[in-house]
Design a protein around this ligand. Structure first.
Ligand code: C2E
Ligand code: CA
Ligand code: CA
Ligand code: CA
Length: 281
């Protein structure tokens, strides 16, 4: 193994394989991007399915790279989680969402803002206090926020994750289980976690008008969620046919390309003004 004498030596160690060198430069690129404001918060509207009314949004991060153009989260979220950079990114997203909440309130718009958390965030015991301070700074209420977690993000260290989640929930923040149905131990966690919302994974929703098995899974998940006293959200609604199927099944909320793709936060107010819910024919 190569000898490492200083931090400097790590960067220039010829024994370091190409992949780790690329990783080191990606991490410094991410840090630079955060400093230079290259991350952008996009938002995707969430609608009530019975009335079609706008009720909230999911905040989704994008990286607008000066040379490479728009970079999607799949390209940097997993790496950000591995390196712990995600904590800084999550705080940035939470701060942006608090600012958006303040701005929407000024326009008289009441919206529940959903933000994604990852494993590392759940292990961060300071997160509830940090978020609470942020909410106070922008004079917005915790009840305007929903934090989305996945089952696998809890699995790493369930005891610590539960402490963080309890802290957040005690503040009055809603919790949502994202990508429901794709992880494992779904039902055990549903019972133990302080959750308010269940999000059916888009893989079951997208083709449910043609795939009978998918439709059955969606229907059962809606019933399960309702029986547990949770609101149920379908993501990945790409057609009007799926919207009406979900309406018939009593699904509470939906988001998807049929209503809107994620857009820069600045476009949201304009989108709300022109939104016309689908009508029964
Ligand atoms: P997710 O949380 O499951 O978010 C939903 C993803 O589905 C988003 O992709 C969204 O653009 C996409 N989507 C929404 N409606 C439709 C539809 O009708 N059809 C299809 N095909 N796709 C739809 P996006 O923005 O590329 O994000 C991908 C994933 O990256 C997210 O999945 C989430 O796990 C992660 N992510 C995004 N932003 C953040 C963030 O700020 N923090 C963390 N920790 N993860 C994030
Ligand atoms: Ca999500
Ligand atoms: Ca999801
Ligand atoms: Ca997903």
């Amino acid at each position: 193994a190569a000898k490492i004498n200083s931090n400097e030596a790590v960067l220039y160690d010829p024994a370091l394989d190409k992949a780790s060198q690329q990783n080191l430069s990606l991490l410094s690129e991410l840090r630079r991007a955060l400093e230079c404001n290259e991350f952008k918060m996009f938002v995707q509207p969430k609608l009530r399915i019975d009335t079609g009314e706008f009720i909230g949004l999911e905040a989704l991060v994008r990286w607008e790279h000066p040379e490479k153009g728009m970079i999607y989260p799949d390209q940097f979220i997993p790496f950000s989680e591995q390196t712990g950079f995600i904590r800084a990114l999550t705080r940035w997203m939470l701060e942006q969402s608090a600012m958006l909440c303040r701005d929407l309130t000024a326009y008289g718009i009441n919206a529940k803002i959903s933000v994604n958390l990852s494993t590392r965030d759940l292990l961060d015991q300071n997160l509830p206090a940090k978020f609470s301070a942020m909410l106070a700074r922008y004079a917005v209420s915790a009840s305007s926020f929903c934090l989305e977690i996945t089952e696998s993000s809890i699995m790493d260290d369930p005891v610590r994750a539960l402490l963080t989640l309890d802290g957040l929930h005690a503040m009055g923040v809603d919790l949502s289980i994202d990508d429901f149905g794709t992880g494992y131990s779904s039902l055990a966690y549903l019972k133990r976690l302080p959750v308010d919302e269940l999000k059916i994974d888009q893989s079951f929703v997208m083709n449910m008008e043609s795939d009978i098995e998918d439709a059955k899974i969606v229907r059962s998940t809606i019933d399960l969620g309702h029986n547990m006293g949770l609101r149920v959200v379908a993501e990945g609604i790409e057609s009007e046919a799926v919207w009406w199927l979900l309406a018939k099944m009593g699904c509470d909320q939906g988001q998807g390309y049929f209503m809107s793709r994620p857009m820069p936060a600045a476009q949201l107010i304009g989108w709300i003004a022109q939104w016309v819910p689908p009508r029964m024919k």
